[in-house]
Each structure stands twice: as C-alpha cells, then as structure tokens.
Ligand binder design. Structure first.
Ligand code: AHR
Length: 509
C-alpha cells in the first residue's frame, strides 16, 4: 500500500474555524427536549430544575458553543408567552408537526436559558415567523435582553429573572419554503425585513439575525435573499436587519417514505451515504459562490443550521419522533462534514447538528424505560474534534490526490482530512471511509515540526456497530499507536472504516 502524501504548511494559518461550526440543535420533537434534556423536577433521575444532569455533564465535555431552539418546524407554531410564568398556568398546545402530541409548555424560555447556562453554550433562538407576529418576536427579544424598565422587563422580573440574558443569535423563522409558511423567496424576504427590523438591539446585546435560508441546493433562494436583504450600490451593504442566512442539508439516501435503516444496511448503502455526505462541499461552495457575487467582502455569514443523517425511525417507535440509532457510519458522516466545514471557514460561521438528544443524528440516546444514557459514535467525533474550535485552519494540499472508488455514477474520495493550529498545537483529523481497505497518509509538515504526538482512533469491526445500554462502548475512542515519525512529518495508518485524530506541539523550524 503506498501512502497518500498530504502537505500542510503549518506556518501559514488560514481562516479561523468558528467554534459555532460545532453547534447543536434541540427541537420540541419526540424525546429531544421532554425525556431527553428535560425530565421534570419530580424525576428520580438527578436533575436541576428538571434538567437531566448526566445529559448536561456528557455534553459539557463537547464544549458545545451554541444550542438552537425551539425548532425546526416547531418554531413556527411556538408562542413563547405560553412557556413562561408558573407551570400550572401554562396552556397545553398540540405539536402538529411531530406526532400530534400535547405539549404542556413546561420547558419554556427560562428552562432553555437555564439549560444553556448549565451547558456553557450560547442560546440561538428561532423565532416564529410562520404563525407568529412581528410584535410577538420583538417582545421576546425585549423580554430576554432588555435592562431597566419596560413592559417585557417587568414581566420577566415577575417571572423570577431580574437581570437580562445575553442572546445574540436569532433565527428569523425556519424553512420558510416549507413548514415555515410555504412562502416564495421573495415573500419570505419581505417578511424577514419586517421581523428583522423590529428585533432590536437592547443595550449592548447586539443581535445576529439569521434569515431562514434555502432547502439544500436551492441557490435561487439564496440569491433572492442576498438581493432583497442587502443594499446594492457601489459596494454591497448587508441590511441592518440580516447578518447571516441559513441553509439545511440532510444526508439522506433513500426516499422520504423509505429512508433506509440506521443499523441494517449494506456496504453499497454505506458508500452511497458517503457520496451524499460529501456533497455538502458542493452545497457550501454553491451558496458561497452566490453570496460572493453580492458580498465579496464576506460580511454576511452562511449558517448550516440543520445537518446530519436521516434514517427510518427505529422499529416500534413513533414515526413522528424521528428516533434513530447511530453507527460507525454516522460517525464517518460527521468526520467528513467537519473536514468540509473547516475548508469553508471563511464564509461558514455556524453549523448545527440535527439533533442533540434522541432525534436524528444524536449525540446521546436515552432509554425511555430505564433512563439509561448512551453516547453515540457521533458524540465521539464531536469530542475528538473539539480542539478545532476557534483554531486557525491549515490548508491541506494533496499532490497525488486521494484514493477513490466508483459509487454508481459518482466517484468517492475514500480518505478525508483537515488540520488546524491553536495555542502552539496542531490537530489533524483523518477519516478512512473505505469499508475494507486500510490507507496510510504521509503528513508532510512544512514550516514546523511536531513533538509530543498523541493519536486516537474511533473504529469497530463493522460499519453497523453501535452503542446500546448493554454495550455502551462498542464504538468508543482509544489510543492509536500507528503514527510514526518520518523525515518530513508523520505517517498515519488508517485502518478501514476509521476516524483518527492526531495532535501534537508545534516547534517552528
Ligand atoms: O430536524 C427535523 C426537521 O427537519 C426540522 O424541524 C425541520 O426544520 C427540518 O425539515
């Protein structure tokens, strides 16, 4: 096996990898909030104000930078006033999007803010543009962030919170092209102008307003928003009511009716999944190119605020709850996405995995009966990669390309990697997507040498392997000793179907 050469100029730092690329998403959907994050104050499970503490502790280890809430589709039917004040007086609503279940509003604004404080994460609130009013959203901003005296400040104080919170990130609706109101891009742009205008900066809480963006490859949507939410002149100026726009992209290989099983799949399904995951590069390039035409100075941020795998629900579970298992294949999807994100660090300012607990490509699964908590393979990729947060990306040049294989009409590069440096240390992440073949990568580190090298690996006997309460560490990281020094850097051995991180101290040459 010949090694893949990869040249990294460690003394030429690229754009900083925004920590918010490692963001999360929690929707009122299935058992993400209720039964996941929030078990209620009467639960036997250790909790603080109803927030499950072992879930919080596990997530703190990921350095979660931000948490998006309350949806998703749910955001556009959520009325925040129903979720503040004494719990016994909060009205019950119906969650029409997700299983038609009754929502008692016991997890509302104060509970969400308490969760963010426990996690050490910044809140990212998705406002209701679809069925809400401009006033409602404007009041929510005032309730959360204003100091002094005002109707909303008084209400917040009555509800037990004296000081304002700091909430920078506000989503102006969600999927306005679909569940968020079935609008055209032009209609939505007009709505976003209004909602964005009346979401005010109170005091020094400067809002970062994120317009609801395109469905996957719909570049026309992005173009309309760029035109209508900015001011065209000699130089493009983003309007004061929009600082970023979003896009959603799920890795989905089947049809919406039959998306394929999370654990019962073949090698061909695995490769098709990797092809779909790798297309996130094309997607981000496409949207960035459109944005560059209007905003070459890159003042408007691109936010991928929903991404991840979407499989059929686990047999016997509520189809509206989107509960799926998570295998080594999902971990490789995550590793691949992060490599792409790092390469787009100059435009991509935030990304949010869908979703953090018990829904879609989750970090944590909890058992509804026993309460047992399981960390998924995807969790471990987030943990192993957390050193990239706020690090300077390092360009990786591949003089001989990457090994690849044909997948239907597509060609899949079976090795993926990215690198960054921070505080005198380098972190390189490498994935071998091949189901059966190992690969070696020669890291040619120019402009510095590396000492104190430590490597970890996430792999398993089978791509389908996953963690359960009975076998929680089937797919878990362990030290990797197959990294050797070479004249110009390091040779990293990547067993088939593996994700590896290599880190070390940099000494300038
Ligand atoms: O994450 C699940 C759903 O997927 C979200 O509610 C919606 O925005 C998207 O279609």
């Amino acid at each position: 096996m010949s090694a893949v050469p990869a040249v990294i100029n460690v003394d030429v730092p690229g754009p900083v990898i925004n920590r918010h690329l490692y963001g999360h998403f929690a929707e009122h959907l299935g058992r993400c909030v209720y039964g996941g994050f929030y078990v209620g104050e009467d639960s036997d499970l250790p909790n603080e104000g109803g927030l499950r503490l072992d879930v919080v502790d596990a997530l703190r280890a990921l350095n979660i930078p931000n948490l998006r809430w309350p949806g998703g589709c749910f955001a556009d039917e959520y009325h925040w006033m129903d979720g503040v004040g004494p719990k016994e007086r909060r009205p019950i609503m119906v969650n029409t999007h997700w299983g038609n279940v009754e929502e008692n509003n016991h997890f509302g604004t104060h509970e969400f803010m308490a969760l963010c404080e426990l996690l050490g994460a910044e809140p990212y609130i998705s406002g209701n543009v679809g069925s809400g009013t401009v006033r409602e959203m404007s009041d929510w901003v005032e309730y959360l962030t204003r100091e002094g005296d005002s109707p909303m400040v008084r209400l917040r104080k009555e509800n037990g919170r004296e000081e304002p919170w700091r909430v920078r990130f506000w989503g102006l609706g969600n999927e306005a092209w679909g569940c968020g109101g079935h609008m055209s891009a032009a209609q939505y742009a007009a709505e976003a102008r209004k909602f964005g205008t009346y979401c005010r900066d109170h005091g020094d809480n400067q809002l970062y307003r994120i317009a609801a963006g395109a469905n996957s490859f719909d570049y026309a949507w992005t173009e309309t928003l760029m035109k209508q939410l900015g001011e065209l002149g000699c130089a493009y100026r983003p309007a004061p009511f929009m600082q970023a726009l979003s896009v959603h992209y799920y890795t989905l290989t089947g049809t919406w009716q039959d998306k394929g099983q999370a654990t019962d799949f073949g090698t061909d399904d695995h490769y098709r999944t990797m092809v779909q995951a790798a297309r996130v590069d094309e997607l981000l390039t496409g949207h960035s190119n459109v944005m560059d035409c209007y905003d070459p100075g890159r003042n408007v941020g691109l936010v991928l605020d929903e991404w991840g795998t979407w499989w059929n629900v686990e047999p016997g579970t509520n189809p509206g709850f989107l509960y799926q298992q998570n295998t080594l294949r999902d971990a490789l999807v995550a590793g691949l996405h992060f490599d792409v994100f790092h390469r787009h660090a100059d435009r991509l300012v935030m990304a949010n995995i869908a979703q953090t607990v018990n829904v879609l490509q989750a970090m944590i699964l909890t058992d509804p009966e026993s309460g047992a908590l399981v960390l998924t393979p995807t969790y471990h990729v987030f943990e192993m990669n957390k050193g990239h947060q706020d690090a300077a990306s390092l360009r990786v040049d591949l003089p001989s390309g990457l090994p690849s294989r044909e997948v239907g009409e597509d060609r899949l590069a079976t090795v993926s990697l990215s690198a960054s440096r921070k505080d005198g240390r380098i972190l390189v992440s490498l994935s071998n997507l091949d189901a059966d073949e190992a690969a070696d990568v020669d890291l040619d580190l120019r402009g510095g040498s590396v000492t104190d090298v430590r490597a970890r690996i996430l792999t398993a006997d089978r791509l389908q392997d996953h963690n359960t309460p009975e076998a929680p560490a089937t797919v878990a990281p362990r030290p990797h000793d197959q990294v050797t020094a070479t004249a110009s850097g390091l040779r990293v051995h990547l067993p088939a179907r593996s994700f590896v991180t290599v880190e070390g101290s940099l000494d300038g040459r």
